[in-house]
Design a protein around this ligand. Sequence first.
Ligand code: HEC
Length: 166
Amino acid sequence: MAVPDSPTANSLGRLPIPIWAGPGVFITVALAVLVFFWWFLSSPAAGPENQALQEKTLREQLAPVGKMLVTKAGAQVNTANVSVDGEAVYQSACAVCHATGIAGAPQLGDQDLWRGRVAAGPQALYGNAINGFQGATGIMPPRGGNAALGEAQVRAAVDYMLAALE
Ligand code: HEC
């Protein structure tokens, strides 16, 4: 019995391809391209209008760094109501002389060189460190020669130096 011709089979006997296959593939590809461009254009990296946004984001990310620097600079001029890191002041302004005992400076932690000075009391040491003085061994410049230091900072550095004797 002869097989009746399928309505979609052609006379050459190839696999039947439905009539909508061509437009279907075309529409699918067109949609894929559209979706890709939509995604591309809406992604934050593209488009000149997003440059401002990018800069803003960058500025926000850098902001903590800027704030930190401002605080540090502010601490240099603000003499009161700041908790001062005496060791940091010592390292930056005093260690140049007091770490090695250069120019007759009493060396950090040297009990013998500090005994007589400590006996005068901390207030005398604060005053001499802030105002400077000329003693038997050399010249201690006011605030270690760093006029930008606040009194609280010099006192904190002295405290640090006294603590090193214990
Ligand atoms: C240029 C070097 C130099 C620097 C910088 C320096 N000092 Fe001195 N300091 C000296 C000398 C020298 C003496 C000893 C002077 C003397 O007794 O003849 C001295 C002595 C002192 C004394 C003992 C004061 C006393 O009454 O005996 C203190 C406290 C002191 N310095 C604190 C500081 C602090 C705090 C700093 C940093 C802010 C500092 N110094 C930075 C050279 C320096």
